[in-house]
Design a protein. Sequence first.
Length: 415
Amino acid sequence: MFFCEVGGGGRQKDYEKLAIFGGVRGRRGAELKVLSAVETKVPGYYDKIKDDVISRDKGKDDTGTWGTDTMTFQDDELSYALGKQGGTRKKLERSSGAIVQYVGHNALFSGTRSQRKKAREYMKWLFEQLEGPMYVEGWEERDDCTVVEVPADCIGYVTGARRAALGGIEEDWGVLMFFMNRRSERGRAEELIICGPQRARRGAELKVMSSVETKSPGTFTRGVREKTSSEKGFDTDRMIFKDDELSYALGKEGSTRKKLEGAAGAILQYVGHVAFIAGTQKERRRAKEYVTWLLAQRRGSVTIHNISSRDDSTEMHVPENCKGWVTGNRGSELRRMEAESGTYIFMALDERGEERLIIFCHDAGSKSAPKGRMAAERLVNEMIQEKLRDDGGRGGGGRDSRSPSRGRRDSRDRR
């Protein structure tokens, strides 16, 4: 975006033209954000140009249904629709897939026909809650809703003080969630509806199930067995932990679970002693391997074969005198580098029994990106070079830490 002159008329004193370049969605999002700021400073400006704004880029997307719908708020409705620090607007935007922006007292929904319809419906449901209990009729036939039954004695725990817990899940996963029931029905459980894209809904659903299971053990895991789906697309697998495995696989404040989840690119959530793994078949398989290797490390060294055939790994050979420095006290340096780069790193043996460092992550990264395998590789090499400098160049004299047999190859080269 930049201010510019259009034609030969020169600049006007009252206004200047702002040029916005990019795709249809990107331009629209930026335009509405600018208009929202302008309307705050100059109330009534939007009314002068709204016809041009609403009709702009109509039908100019791949689906041919791109457009903009509007809704007008009353004074007391705007703050509710906006939410604390714009939180309600943002969750409506992420869950519906539409661009949702407020320009003065006007709500503008830009997107495909399906996205705009969802955004309007979600907004309607939000306001209906102000009038009392509400129920989404026909949610079973919708492809954007999931419903979880929450026991009555767990509702407060799942919701949190002033809705903090539920709001946190909405923010983490980009979904819209609320309890629904018919006015005449008040039972031992209430239905929590989750609205949004499939992956986000599943992530939020599993988080809610985990919370309920903590408060009421057995609600979702009684009689559950391990499961491996043959579905290549999105589905859910299950692994069952033994008593002594759960805390190790969870880590301090869930750090180990989050690390494995991020590196695998799958959804990994623990519901009681059951690990639910959601994603594509490739993502699920990768997450299960990571969990299996993690648990195997408790019993000693892990041997990983055929690392060269994987597309999620980078292999590094660390000089002997640098291994302790790179790993740190009880693995502290590896944990730091994992957290910084969003990867899973550990020392493992190859087919010949030789130890090397392996960086696992579905994201190869890039030379400048702060996340991914390349970012972790840079951090490891910095540690190695620091140690070699401190030792005066002993132990390899700064030679490359890659395997000599592999040269500069890793799983990025096979993509």
